[in-house]
Write a protein that binds this ligand. Structure first.
Ligand SMILES: [Zn+2]
Length: 123
């Protein structure tokens, strides 16, 4: 669960039993709640990382959560990328085995094999 790991890195523990929406103490405006929101009124979407607080109305995405927890914009972005929740803004290099040319070549070879197999079966 990348979203869970992301929030864990921010110091927000999401319960292991939650599958879609995880309850969390309000981290955006804890002061807006009694006792620092002891009974969690914030919920985090484990698929997207988006969150919203039913108590104070604060909401946002994973990036906003990082900012709310005191990260700098740069550090928030790094954390998103580290947990595969965002693409790097300016990729400096491409991974060799992910270039379109190589994928296309592999695809062509597989298609060729499949085609010849079918021909053999027909005759
Ligand atoms: Zn709140």
């Amino acid at each position: 669960m990348t979203v869970r790991a992301f929030y864990s890195a921010l110091g927000v523990g999401l319960p292991a039993w939650s599958t879609r929406e995880a309850p969390a103490r309000c981290f955006a405006r804890p002061d807006a709640h009694n006792h620092g929101d002891r009974s969690p009124s914030c919920s985090v979407n484990l698929a997207s990382g988006a969150w919203n607080c039913h108590g104070c109305g604060a909401r946002g995405g994973a990036y906003d959560a990082a900012l709310a927890l005191g990260r700098s914009p740069r550090s928030a972005m790094d954390l998103l990328v580290a947990h595969s929740l965002a693409e790097p803004q300016a990729p400096r290099h491409r991974t060799p085995n992910r270039t379109p040319g190589r994928e296309a070549r592999i695809g062509f070879q597989q298609t060729g094999l499949r085609a010849s197999g079918r021909t053999a079966r027909c005759r």
